[in-house]
Design a protein around this ligand. Structure first.
Ligand SMILES: Nc1ncnc2c1ncn2[C@@H]1O[C@H](COP(=O)(O)OP(=O)(O)OP(=O)(O)O)[C@@H](O)[C@H]1O
Length: 344
């Protein structure tokens, strides 16, 4: 099994994951960033605990990159505070950069240097954890599936491999905290799966805390332990990823030969059917969702047997769009999901 830190020479020593207490690694308090009349980040308060994989989700322009640049002190906030790994982040102060593995926006590399040379430059950066010998470079090249491209100049890399190189640079010092803006940008589905597995392994086996941004809900839902949705600069919803299924709406869709009669039968038995589009009926109550067989029995005995009966679940994209107030399917919009933390 691979280890992120090469076992042989003790190079790239990062903070021991077991030594960290379950505490906030990132503390963002009432953070805002305005560009003239644009509120890129608007009064965001957010905490990321050690060992969490926190996914910031949002459409293009939601404020993800701005929030990440604020986190790293690359730009100054209009208001609010940021603490990373227990230290206040001040714009222009690069201390946070040295302690964090990061990838911000487009992957960049020295175009005339090879993959290996680019990584060697990062390995030798002053102010980062000491890494001696080439083994850490070899190791990270292999880990990011870059071996066939190791001697290729960065300018000749595909977008996906450039993104891999950027991730290799973020991971090379085995940081205790990774901050990644759209880490799977430009990767094909196999590459996305590879990076997902790599990040999950890094977090689970090495205790690395990860904050990543994405506009791909389905992708991050399989990786993140906590999800925050940004919309127009505001953090509008936060919840644990494990709760996602509970937040997704379900309904039982019925087709009948006579919707009017079926509706009357169901009402007489205490159900609350609503008309579906273009025809049929929907039931959303738990009693119907958990026992569709009983619904069928009631309809058969009432003389309005169903011709079809489907349990349908809102997909992740619809959930996301509904949460930001842009429902894709009118039939699934409206009711707030139970247990969500809504940020006004
Ligand atoms: N330097 C800047 N000057 C003016 N407006 C800016 C600047 N940077 C960001 N913005 C604006 O702030 C808002 C948030 O942008 P940001 O890049 O943070 O969003 P994002 O969620 O990262 O989007 P994307 O997924 O497209 O990268 C947008 O309206 C953007 O146009």
């Amino acid at each position: 099994m691979h280890r992120l830190t090469p076992p042989s020479d003790g190079a790239a020593a990062g903070p021991a994951p077991t030594a960290r207490a379950a505490t906030d690694v990132i503390e963002i308090s009432h953070l805002s960033k305005r560009y003239r009349d644009v509120r890129a980040v608007d009064d965001v308060t957010l905490h990321v605990q050690a060992g969490q994989i926190y996914a910031l989700l949002g459409l293009n322009g939601a404020g993800k990159t701005t929030l990440i640049r604020l986190l790293l002190g690359m730009i100054a906030p209009t208001a609010g505070t940021v603490r990373v790994l227990g230290s206040d982040v001040t714009a222009g102060d690069r201390t946070a950069w040295a302690k964090v593995g990061y990838l911000v926006e487009t992957a960049t590399a020295y175009p005339e240097l090879t993959v290996r040379e680019n990584l060697e430059v990062v390995r030798r950066l002053p102010g980062t954890a000491t890494s001696t010998g080439n083994s850490v470079v070899d190791y990270i090249i292999e880990r990011l599936a870059l071996t066939p491209y190791a001697e290729r100049r960065a300018r000749a890399l595909s977008l996906g491999n450039l993104q891999r190189l950027a991730l290799a640079k973020a991971l090379i010092h085995a940081p205790g905290l990774l901050i990644l803006d759209e880490p799977v940008n430009g990767l094909d589905p196999a590459g996305v799966a590879e990076i997902r597995a790599l990040l999950a392994e890094t977090a689970h086996q090495h205790g690395t805390t990860v904050l990543l941004s994405s506009h791909l809900l389905a992708e991050v839902a399989r990786l993140a332990t906590r999800i925050g949705i940004l919309h127009h600069g505001r953090l509008i919803v936060e919840h644990d990823a494990g709760q996602l299924d509970r937040h997704r709406r379900r309904h039982l869709r019925l087709s009948t030969r006579d919707d009017y009669a079926a509706q009357a039968v169901l009402r007489a038995h205490g159900y609350h059917p609503t008309p579906a589009t273009p025809a049929g009926l929907l039931l959303t109550e738990e009693r119907a969702l958990s026992r569709p067989d009983q619904v069928a029995t009631v309809l058969v005995h009432g003389g309005a047997p169903p011709t079809q009966l489907h349990l349908e679940e809102e997909d992740l994209e619809s959930y996301f769009l509904r949460t930001i107030g842009q429902p894709r399917q009118a039939g699934l919009a409206g009711r707030p999901a139970e247990g969500e933390e809504h940020h006004a």
